[in-house]
Design a protein around this ligand. Structure first.
Ligand code: AMP
Ligand code: MG
Length: 390
């Protein structure tokens, strides 16, 4: 059995970042920047009006002003205000030369082409200044940063039609088992629904990774054919089940026959012991335990960091964030493997949820965090614990 930390190390050292591709901005959501980005221009790019109103020279005081023109948002009309002159102006329109403030239209009376202020205007009032938000040449993105809708907004405002990102991963999920049936069909005696492939696809989707789903029976030949087919089409193959030592577990022999190098098998953790990791050239193959909770936990702890590293994510994006909470009630781990307890973070407390066994999906469905209990650990209720949040 391999220690968890050793397993993670081996997996991460095999997970190289995917190639960098110049990609249309709208296709980059959820991917990671491959290069530093600097602003090509200041934001705002020119002084402009905050409101619909009247551009004035504040220094002319409170007397009447002559209306000399209009500046809507759009093409600059290059208006220029002389003493006691004003121009109509609209939100986002460039500020005319000489203008030192904008009066809101609600605060202005207009009579015979003359503008009278009903409220005084401060110097610079209602003017957005060039570069107040962002200077030209400022760093706006760094390698490994996740592309979020808010970053997309900034990059679009800079006119960036494409950005350099690590290309998306192609992942196949192959679920093995004679007992498995797809959702939506009736079950015969002894059969269960294939929830792992759907669960793994959902976990991948939460990382922005689309997955191809395949199934194969517990048959040596079929397993090998499906693994081979998946490897041709994917960067990463995630196999569910069939990786233990039973007579119906064909994954390891199939991998060996295909010439994949087995890097790891069996990890000292609970749930999740029967996990295999193999390489086939640059491609990575994970054999996850068939038990759903074991597959879920090993995905979060071992596959998620590797997949994010392949997508080019920086360190702080790769691992689950830690939170300090108060343990709701006493817990112990009498076993010889670290135990990841599934529970719910709720108002500063960590509350274990449901049956802590590797097939117990109901408790998992109510959980949003993992508490790692060392072998032999005993923790009393009310003690502070560090949990991994997902
Ligand atoms: P295995 O690792 O193939 O021996 O499977 C271990 C346990 O997980 C068995 O109880 C299987 O029925 C169950 N299992 C395997 N694959 C799936 C799956 N795709 N969805 C739900 N349960 C599964
Ligand atoms: Mg099986």
């Amino acid at each position: 059995m391999v220690e968890e930390a050793v397993a993670l190390d081996r997996i991460l050292s095999a997970a190289s970042p995917s190639p960098v591709m110049e990609t249309p901005l709208l296709e980059t959501l959820g991917l990671f920047l491959a290069k530093p980005l600097r602003s090509a221009m200041a934001h705002p790019r020119f002084d402009n009006s905050v409101v619909d109103g009247y551009a004035i020279r504040v220094e002319d005081g409170s007397g009447e002003r002559v209306l000399i023109g209009e500046q809507p948002a759009g093409a600059d009309r290059f208006l220029r205000l002389e003493r006691n002159e004003s121009s109509r102006i609209f939100t986002g329109a460039p500020i005319p030369e000489g203008c030192t403030g904008v009066a809101m239209q609600e605060d202005v009376t207009l009579e015979n082409g003359r503008v009278r202020l009903r409220e005084s205007v401060e110097l610079g009032e209602n003017i957005r200044r060039t570069g107040a938000d962002l200077a030209a040449g400022q760093l706006i993105g760094s390698p490994g940063q996740r592309i979020t809708p808010q970053l997309v907004a900034l990059l679009a405002s800079q006119g960036l039609a494409t950005v350099s990102v690590h290309r998306p991963l192609r992942v196949t999920v192959l679920s093995t088992g004679d007992e498995l049936r797809p959702m939506g069909v009736a079950l015969e005696s002894g059969e269960i629904y294939d929830s792992n492939s759907v669960m793994l696809a959902a976990l991948l989707q939460s990382l922005g990774i689309p997955a191809t789903l395949r199934h194969c029976l517990d048959d040596r030949n079929q397993t090998q054919v499906e693994i081979n087919r998946a490897l041709e089409a994917s960067d990463v193959l995630i196999i569910s089940g069939g990786v233990s030592v039973g007579d119906h577990d064909h994954v390891k022999p199939a991998l060996a026959a295909l010439g994949a190098t087995l890097e790891l098998w069996r990890i000292r953790m609970k749930p999740g012991k029967p996990l295999a990791f193999a390489r086939f050239g640059e491609k990575l193959i994970f054999g996850l335990p068939g038990n759903p909770v074991a597959a879920f936990v090993t995905f979060l702890l071992l596959l998620r960091p590797a997949l994010l590293q392949m997508l080019g994510a920086r360190d702080d994006e790769r691992f689950l964030p830690e939170k300090t909470l108060q343990l709701d009630s006493a817990l112990a781990n009498p076993g010889d493997r670290p135990h990841y307890v599934r529970g719910r973070m709720d108002g500063g407390r960590f509350i274990p949820q449901g049956l802590q066994e590797s097939h117990a999906l109901f408790g998992l469905s109510r959980s949003n965090a993992l508490l790692r209990l060392d072998p032999g650990a005993k923790i009393s209720g009310g003690e502070k614990v560090r949990v991994l949040a997902w």
